[in-house]
Design a protein around this ligand. Structure first.
Ligand SMILES: CC(=O)SCCNC(=O)CCNC(=O)[C@H](O)C(C)(C)COP(=O)(O)OP(=O)(O)OC[C@H]1O[C@@H](n2cnc3c(N)ncnc32)[C@H](O)[C@@H]1OP(=O)(O)O
Ligand SMILES: CC(C)C(=O)C(=O)O
Length: 527
């Protein structure tokens, strides 16, 4: 029991400190409404769990249906490393069917259970304490007739009288159970109560030191992981859990959280698991796909925000030293890197880094101007995508030497008419405002520009498209002007299509002016 071994990270660990990871995604996980998996999907999940280093896979409840029987049997046939376990009530037919299903496994386990609490005895089973005890002995004995690896569970253990629970556990051990599972079936226990329960059983039940105690905590009060870990700190050496916390009602303890808490806080818990944690993200995605249950964005370890940072102070810290705001590396759970999400809380450090990543180098004023425009965009838009930043910076670069700049624009549109645009332009450092009426808001805007900067150019093309998705997407407008056989194309982007239109028009105009070096700007201005 006390032989030394090594963790997957190569650190020596004693076998007695190893926590057996018992995955019940395919049994308790599948019991949650809507999470039914097909035969093939179950095989796919089991294969990944096996590869990931899960010690025991509870593959199903073979008596439940022919389909369950067949999937447990096939998983048992295919499993390379994991122990394959099936669930069975305290009934001979359940146990024999389960034994048949797990038979092909290199290592198989029968998991038999019975309700022990007063509520379960009286209402679910309609039997007294003596009969429960008899059934514990009979079921475990029958299971041992099939295999040496027998787990016994006291359903609703946390609401069972302590003395009676001790007697049940003792009966199970005497009959040959090698693992005794203490479920918090309805997620009722607090974390100190649960730890104390495991400690009490270890201290009081004869033979308790010869078997493995296991936890099986439900998440009705959001305490499943905390309670399981409390059980481990008290001496339990198996944790039953499910990928993404899938399970009856509010679910089971989430496998990824248990495993990463044990790994990250090995200093506090002094235990370890044999799980290849770099496969956790894959496992989460697979289970989410086959069950069609989305993973909550802010879910610990595998939520899409678990390694994402949006606020400037955090992004700055991450860029300087990831440890400032991350207690695990993204690589340790199978992600390539953390993500810096650009948004209204981002600061200059992150913005500069994002520009670098997109291949831009802006210095001095250009950077500051782009940053100010980025902040304004982030205020107006829910998601700022890379394409938004590219559009914004391209415009910034293109307009750096422009003589005409759009300062402000107000447009009145709608069915009432007339459509009006009031525009303020900066032309060679002088700001001027003009109001024009037009045939629609775009026409009014362009008329106002034409009035402030008189020119002969003809509008040859006006085209609007969206840079990204959603109703708050940036509009990208392309304007083509033609004058004296010359063509100039301008682009403008903004969440406001009219502002994007004005920018695009002015950009095309700037290009025309730049190409016509003979032309003096003063001659183009309205008097
Ligand atoms: C806490 C848990 O997660 S326990 C596991 C829960 N999972 C499931 O129930 C999923 C699979 N279940 C099924 O397919 C069905 O319920 C079956 C096949 C097991 C049983 O179906 P049925 O025979 O039609 O019984 P039904 O489900 O209606 O009722 C359960 C019966 O099992 C009995 N029972 C419940 N738990 C146990 C147990 N651990 N040991 C012995 N009998 C039990 C109940 O008292 C009830 O018996 P009764 O018919 O004499 O009143
Ligand atoms: C069968 C047992 C382990 C169970 O699922 C529970 O009590 O929640």
């Amino acid at each position: 029991m006390d032989s030394e071994t090594k963790t997957p990270e190569g650190q020596p660990r004693a076998e007695q400190d190893r926590v057996v990871i018992f995955d019940t995604t395919l049994r308790d996980g599948e019991q949650c409404p809507g999470a039914t998996m097909t035969f093939d999907e179950k095989l796919e999940v089991a294969e990944l769990l096996d590869e990931m280093g899960v010690d025991v896979i509870e593959a199903g409840f073979p008596i439940a249906s022919q389909g369950d029987f067949e999937s447990v049997q096939e998983i048992a046939r295919r499993s390379q490393n994991s122990v394959i376990c099936g669930l069975a009530r305290a009934q001979p037919k359940d146990i024999d069917t389960c034994a048949e299903a797990i038979k092909p496994a290199k290592r198989g386990r029968i998991h038999t259970f019975i309700g022990t609490s007063p509520l379960h005895r009286k209402y679910q089973m309609g039997i007294d304490e003596a009969e429960v005890l008899e059934r514990v002995t009979a079921s475990v004995t029958r299971a041992r007739g099939h295999t040496d690896d027998v787990e016994w569970s006291a359903m609703d253990a946390t609401r069972t009288e302590e003395d009676f629970l001790c007697r049940c556990v003792e009966a199970a051990i005497k009959a040959g159970a090698t693992t005794v599972n203490i479920p918090d079936t309805v997620g009722y226990a607090t974390h100190d109560e649960f730890g104390a329960l495991i400690r009490m059983l270890l201290e009081r039940v004869p033979g308790a030191d010869q078997i493995v105690f296991s936890t099986h905590c439900h998440n009705d009060l959001g305490l499943a992981v905390a309670n399981s870990l409390s059980g481990v700190m008290a001496g339990a050496r198996q944790v039953e859990c499910a990928v993404n916390g899938l399970g009856e009602r509010a679910g089971n303890a989430a496998l990824e959280e248990i495993v990463m808490a044990i790994r990250t806080r090995a200093d506090a818990m002094n235990v370890w698991t044999g799980i290849d944690t770099t496969m956790l993200t894959r496992a989460s995605k697979l289970v989410s796909r086959v069950t069609a249950f989305p993973v909550q964005y802010n879910k610990a370890i595998v939520g899409r925000n678990a390694f994402a940072h949006e606020s400037g102070i955090h992004q700055d810290g991450i860029l300087k030293h990831a440890g400032t705001f991350e207690i695990m590396t993204p690589e340790s759970v199978g992600l390539k890197e953390s993500s810096l999400v650009m948004g209204k809380h981002s600061g200059r450090h992150a913005f500069r880094e994002k520009l670098k990543e997109l291949g831009y180098e802006l210095g001095g004023n250009a950077f500051e101007d782009a940053f100010v425009r980025f902040k304004a965009l982030a205020d107006a838009k829910k998601h700022v995508y890379d394409e938004d930043i590219e559009a914004l910076v391209d415009q910034e670069i293109a307009s750096a030497h422009d003589r005409i700049k759009v300062v402000a624009l107000t447009v009145i549109a709608g069915t009432g008419g007339p459509q009006k645009a009031t525009i303020t332009l900066d032309v060679d450092g002088n700001q001027q405002t003009f109001e024009a009426v037009g045939d629609g808001p775009v026409d009014a805007t362009f008329q106002a520009i034409r009035s402030l900067v008189p020119h002969e150019a003809r509008l040859a093309l006006y085209q609007v498209s969206a840079v990204t998705e959603g109703t708050d997407a940036q509009a990208e407008v392309m304007v083509r002007l033609e004058a004296d056989g010359k063509i100039a194309t301008g682009r403008g982007s903004d969440t406001d299509t009219m502002v994007a239109s004005a920018r695009a028009y002015v950009s095309a105009l700037n290009k025309l002016m730049a190409r016509d070096a003979r032309r003096k700007p003063e001659t183009m201005l309205a008097s």
